[in-house]
Design a protein around this ligand. Structure first.
Ligand SMILES: Cc1cc2nc3c(=O)[nH]c(=O)nc-3n(C[C@H](O)[C@H](O)[C@H](O)COP(=O)(O)OP(=O)(O)OC[C@H]3O[C@@H](n4cnc5c(N)ncnc54)[C@H](O)[C@@H]3O)c2cc1C
Ligand code: FES
Length: 278
């Protein structure tokens, strides 16, 4: 039996390709240096990515869980480590620990309608769910993706969104906070898309990822349509160090986001979310 790698020891991955998605956001496609398959991961899980000599940050896996050759991560450059990561090029090496954390309830969603609601970079951890749904379309009822970006230039994975929208068995609705250029689509926050989306609220699992305020308002909008709070799942972000439930850096009420999350049932953390924001 092969021993599992030490969860605290980064494994060396070589960058195969860097995709510049939108001005501050990029996707790295990584291959293990030792040529083995990437570890099996569940949609919604994350890895700790280590830029040698700079630092390590948690980033969700945004690739297709059925593909085991490349590890795919989309990152927005906001600070020290993510900006250093943006400067990396194909053939550079990066450290990877993981996968860690809880996952989206794609099994519980079988036989039900699925609503995916994402804001900004929040689409990255949900893209792996989209890949899974598309590969196993017969297992789900209606599949709805609601996405909000700041401006049309900030729409992440635009080409894929267009491809998904062209399918007859997926509903994809996109809105921007502020229209620019030739944009003729919806303008306004993502919650505005909820009333016109077509799903059965009493037989729906919703998966939501974005800024905390967006997740709170989206959950409220879904509840208003009749979705039970237990059937709404959100993905939380907190600063992390160990990612294995040892250091306490990611503590969130009684939970450790790295171990008990990042994906939580909304009913489990609703009280904390509103307290944290006041
Ligand atoms: C489980 C999990 C999954 C994540 N998945 C992704 C992902 O798929 N893609 C991704 O881009 N990010 C993701 N993040 C967020 C990412 O980890 C942080 O953006 C990153 O740690 C920032 O580190 P840094 O050193 O670049 O910035 P720092 O130097 O730590 O921060 C610099 C500045 O940026 C601000 N900042 C930090 N984080 C954010 C943020 N998320 N948004 C806006 N401003 C911020 C800080 O307040 C600070 O002012 C995830 C976080 C968690 C916990
Ligand atoms: S990051 Fe150390 S306990 Fe979660």
């Amino acid at each position: 039996m092969t021993a599992l790698p030490d969860p605290m020891l980064p494994q060396r991955y070589r960058i195969q390709r860097v995709r510049r998605e939108i001005p501050d956001t990029f996707t790295l496609e990584l291959e293990p240096e030792n040529g083995v398959d990437i570890p099996q991961f569940a949609t919604g899980q994350f890895n700790m990515l280590y830029v040698f000599g700079v630092g390590e940050i948690p980033i969700s896996i945004s690739g297709d869980p059925a593909k085991r050759k490349l590890l795919v991560h989309t990152t927005r450059a906001v600070g020290t480590v993510s900006k250093a990561m943006r400067a990396l090029k194909a053939n550079d090496v990066i450290g990877v620990r993981g996968p860690f954390g809880s996952y989206w309830p794609i099994k519980q969603a079988e036989g039900k309608d699925i609503v995916i609601a994402a804001g900004g970079i929040g689409l990255a951890p949900l893209r792996s769910v989209m890949y899974h749904i598309i590969s196993h379309r017969e297992r789900y009822g209606k599949a709805v993706l609601l996405y909000g970006a700041r401006t049309p230039e900030d729409i992440l994975y635009r080409h894929e969104l267009e491809q998904w929208r062209a399918k007859f068995d997926l509903e994809v609705d996109v809105t921007v906070d502020r229209a620019t250029g030739s944009w003729r689509g919806s303008v306004g926050v993502v919650t505005r898309l909820i009333p016109r989306a077509s799903f059965d609220p009493h037989n729906t699992i919703a998966m939501v990822c974005g800024p905390e305020i967006m997740m709170r308002f989206t959950a409220a909008g879904l509840e208003q349509r009749g979705v039970a709070l237990e059937n709404i799942y959100v993905s939380m972000e907190r600063n992390m160090k160990c990612a294995i439930g040892m250091c306490g850096h990611c503590q969130y009420g009684p939970n450790f986001v790295c171990k008990d999350g990042p994906v939580f049932q909304y009913s489990q953390i609703q009280g904390l979310l509103s307290k944290w924001e006041v």
